[in-house]
Structures are given as C-alpha cells and as structure tokens.
Ligand binder design. Structure first.
Ligand SMILES: Nc1ncnc2c1ncn2[C@@H]1O[C@H](COP(=O)(O)OP(=O)(O)OP(=O)(O)O)[C@@H](O)[C@H]1O
Length: 275
C-alpha cells in the first residue's frame, strides 16, 4: 500500500528582503510505499528540505498535493513524525519523558506508554538512560533519542532531515547501521533527506534524485542491495559501488550544467555541494 503520494508539487517562495520570487520546487512527483525507505538527494538548495517540510505540513505547496495514507496534508499531524537535525528534544524532560510524550498526548495510559517507551529506548541502544536528561547525552545519543521518540508514536511516515549531518563520521556510520537494523526490524515508512550519496544508498530501497532548482525528479534509482545491511558488506558489494557511481554521475551532470549557466539562472554555484 502507498503511504505517501507527492503529486506535481511546486513551491515558490517570496524573498522577504528583495521581494523576488524563488521557485524552489518546479514539479516533483513520487510515492513512498508502506514499509519502504526512500531518500531524496540533490544539489544544495534544490528544495529537499522544502519537500520534507511540505510533507510535514510546516509549509504549504504553491500547487500540487501531498497525501499521507490517502488524506491530503493541510498542516502538521501525528501521522507524520519528524526527526530533526538539531534533536528538538524537551530539555526539561527525562529521556523516558521525551519518548513517551507523544503517547501521553494520544491518551495512552501511563503503564503502557512507559512499557512502550522502554521498548523503543532498548531498540535504539539507550536502555539504562531512562532517567537522564538530554543535556547529559552525547550528540549521537540525542539523535537516537529523537529516532526513538518518533518511532514510539508509530507514525504513518517518519521524516528525517539530515539527522546525522552534525555528528562525527565514525558515530554517523554506527547510527546509520543502527537505523538500518531498526528499519529492518520494524519496517516504518521513512522519507529521508540527505546530501550524502553513500548514506542514501546504504539506507534506502529507492533514491529520488532531484535536479537543481527549480527542482524536478531527475531519476528514481532502485537500490538492489540485500538486507540485513552492514557497512562492511555494503562497501564490498558491487551493487553498492555501482549505484553510488550512477548517482554521482547524475549529480555531476547537474554540476556541469549549472557551472555552464544552462541551469538555474540564480544559482550560487553550489550545485556540486553533494558530498
Ligand atoms: N522560507 C523561505 N523563504 C524564502 N526562500 C526560501 C525559504 N526556504 C527555502 N528557501 C529557498 O528555497 C530553495 C530551496 O531550499 P531548501 O532548503 O528546501 O533546499 P535544500 O535542497 O534542502 O538545501 P540544502 O541542501 O542546502 O540543505 C533555496 O534557494 C532557499 O534559499
């Protein structure tokens, strides 16, 4: 069953300083099936975060529609859970308090929510930290907590906007492996935004490659890698290297087009800013 449908999404912003119109998203359509992990990749400024914000209900489309489980999105809702880059945890609540917050809002009884909260903390490797506060955790642990908090609510779609971008490379790899394991165990529906091609390929079932602004879907690449996945197995797998090379090629074409001025006239030349 299809969990998320994005149809002919267009987004035009008006620059608050100059009053100029910026066409962030030209025409973007794609779907995410239930239990599927889909990443969105594209040059810097092509509108990846805008697509995610529109799905989250934080931004309205200029035209086009976004539907989750058959219902058109018209604002934020509990059917979509967002894991932010900057954690967005409640600093005054304990680790367990943060995880069970959404369940409390839904009216789940204390015993059951604490049971579920502990289960999700265990899943993300934070068992034993229930009574700590977010400031007592490392950046990686806070990000795990962000994931546990969203998973505990069992949203129809889990939205992740570069959740590991500000985390050191070694920890990031571990978190990516943990996320893959959690995905394989629980099969949430995930919509993931990233700059990192390796990360997108390692985590995803499909990768949506966007063109430079005003963005369109350049290609949707299916990742043919067996699960369960580990970094060790992935880097040795020819399919992993081929898929990374293919996406690299797609984005390199964008960078050349942009440099030669054939792309977006307002480009700041950062189209090659895809790690
Ligand atoms: N609130 C806003 N008002 C005006 N312009 C905006 C606003 N938000 C985003 N933009 C512009 O829309 C375009 C797309 O931005 P967005 O952040 O969605 O891109 P992105 O692909 O996620 O970028 P990055 O890869 O650098 O994180 C950019 O040119 C940005 O400057």
């Amino acid at each position: 069953m299809t969990a998320l449908v994005i149809e002919h999404l267009e987004k035009v912003y008006t620059d608050s300083y100059s009053g100029d119109e910026v066409v962030a998203i030209g025409d973007v359509s794609f779907t995410v099936e239930r239990g599927e992990f889909v990443s969105v990749l594209g040059p810097s400024g092509c509108g990846k975060t805008t697509v995610l914000n529109t799905v989250a209900g934080f931004a309205d489309p200029t035209s086009g529609t976004v539907s989750v489980d058959g219902r058109e999105v018209s604002g934020p809702g509990p059917d979509r859970g967002v894991v932010f880059q900057g954690h967005a945890l409640f600093p005054w609540k304990t680790v367990l308090g943060n995880v069970v917050f959404g369940l409390r809002m839904k009216g789940v009884k204390r015993r059951e929510r604490e049971e579920r909260g502990r289960e999700f903390l265990e899943l993300v490797g934070l068992a034993g930290f229930e009574n700590r506060y977010p400031h007592e955790l490392s950046g990686g642990m806070r990000q795990r907590l962000g994931v546990a908090r969203v998973l505990a609510n069992e949203p129809a779609v889990m939205l992740m906007d570069e959740p590991f971008a500000s985390i050191d490379a070694q920890t990031r790899r571990r978190l990516q492996e943990d996320l893959t394991r959690i995905f394989e165990e629980r099969r949430p529906t995930v919509f993931f935004v990233t700059h990192d091609i390796d990360e997108a390929v390692f985590l995803s079932d499909r990768v949506v490659v966007l063109s430079p602004r005003p963005s369109t879907v350049q290609e949707i690449v299916t990742v043919d890698l067996p699960r369960p996945r580990t970094w060790k197995a992935a880097v040795d797998h020819p399919g992993f290297r081929e898929t990374v090379a293919r996406i690299n090629g797609l984005l390199a074409v964008d960078a050349v087009r942009d440099r030669d001025g054939a792309g977006d006239q307002e480009s700041d030349g950062s189209a090659a800013d895809v790690r």
